[in-house]
Design a protein around this ligand. Structure first.
Ligand code: KG4
Ligand code: ZN
Length: 342
């Protein structure tokens, strides 16, 4: 039912503002991984403009897929299937990837797999690392759109055990970067600047979980940075100190919730994933937590942390028939699994 003989998959990812295609063997080896970044088109707006993102996907996707196939040195006929992100994401962006994947699958008579973008992130740590998932694992999934803790008991048995009540961690990085006058996307900019700052310079508030809850919140930290910057102390502060102190507050909240979730149920491993998994302070704190507790930790290579298509193929390979869908109808297909977490 789950893993069948699918071996060589083309992955397509257009859920947000990255146009991506990749060829992956066995869900583990990326023969190619092409991500065409759209940042230059969104930068001047300080955030992603959905209409621009979908138009750029339309312009860039065909060449991106061709590039992925060429770099992997294979043709469409060699593929065992096509995997595409079906949600969650910007609807106008998703439609471009889904329509392209359906057309290719139909024309080349290949199976089509519809993948939940978040599931893609969860399997990114197992690409090019030689590490196999051990179940159940606890994933700390932190991206621009989501912050969740997910219990993964098998590739198709996933349960969200905690989520953010407001901003996602990546969103907090992006909004705080804007307050600091840093370029978009803000996460990498804060990460770089924070290396020259003191994480203890300013004691920004940490969200405390209510009794019995594992939920997190990041909008308070962002607002605290805003008030601080408007105060006399803020005018005098070094930007690097503000960046480092903000980053430390976010990391503290994430590690606190990881710690609480791991105390509630037992796990064979912990996984860090999503764009914010690229953050150097978070990676360090995550490994430190793993060392302290003895629970093995797995983090994706940097190139598989932020949105990419290899992770979509990797998830499809593991989820197999559970996410197979119908390519024969080019009309909107109600069978497409816009699969959400339980
Ligand atoms: O997973 P992703 O590429 O897209 C979504 O699915 O949302 O994540 C993008 C997010 C952005 O908010 C970006 O600022 C953040 O990941 N990010 C980082 C770093 N690199 C990317 N945040 C903190 N530190 C980084 N080094
Ligand atoms: Zn993502």
């Amino acid at each position: 039912m789950m893993k069948n003989s699918v071996m060589l998959l083309l992955g397509i990812e257009t859920s947000c503002d990255d146009t991506a295609a990749a060829v992956v063997r066995d869900g583990r080896t990326a023969l190619s991984n092409v991500t065409t970044n759209q940042d230059q088109f969104h930068e001047k707006f300080g955030g992603i403009v959905p209409e621009i993102a979908s138009r750029q996907h339309l312009t860039l996707l065909t060449a991106t897929i061709q590039d992925a196939l060429e770099r992997a040195n294979i043709g469409l006929a060699d593929l065992d299937g096509i995997a595409v992100t079906t949600g969650p994401g910007l609807v106008g962006s998703l439609v471009i990837g889904v329509a392209s994947a359906k057309a290719l699958a139909y024309a080349a008579r290949k199976p089509l797999y519809g993948v939940n973008h978040l599931h893609g992130h969860l399997f990114a740590p197992f690409i090019e690392t030689g590490v196999e998932p051990v179940y159940p694992f606890l994933a700390l999934l932190v991206s621009g759109g989501h912050s969740q803790l997910v219990r993964v008991a098998s590739p198709i048995d996933l349960r969200v055990v905690a989520r953010t009540r407001d901003d996602a961690a990546g969103e907090a990085f992006d909004k705080t970067a804007r307050l600091l006058g840093l370029p978009f996307p803000g996460g990498p900019a804060i990460d770089r600047l924070a290396r020259d700052g003191d994480p203890q310079a300013i004691a920004f508030p940490r969200h405390r979980a209510e009794r019995g809850s594992l939920d997190m919140s990041f909008s308070g930290i962002k607002t605290a940075v805003k008030y601080f910057l408007d105060s006399p102390a803020g005018h005098a502060a070094k930007t690097a100190d503000v960046a480092a102190s903000f980053q430390a507050a976010v990391v503290d909240v994430l590690i606190d919730r990881l710690d609480r979730a791991a105390a509630r149920e037992s796990y064979a491993a912990v996984v860090l994933s999503g764009g914010v998994a690229a953050n150097s302070a978070l990676r360090g704190a995550f490994y430190a937590w793993s060392q302290r507790t003895g629970v093995p930790a797995q983090i994706p290579h940097l190139r598989f942390c932020t949105d990419n298509a290899a992770m979509i193929a990797a998830a499809a390979d593991r989820q197999g028939d559970a996410v197979r869908c119908n390519a024969s109808s080019l009309a909107a297909d109600p069978s497409l699994p816009f699969c959400t977490f339980r």
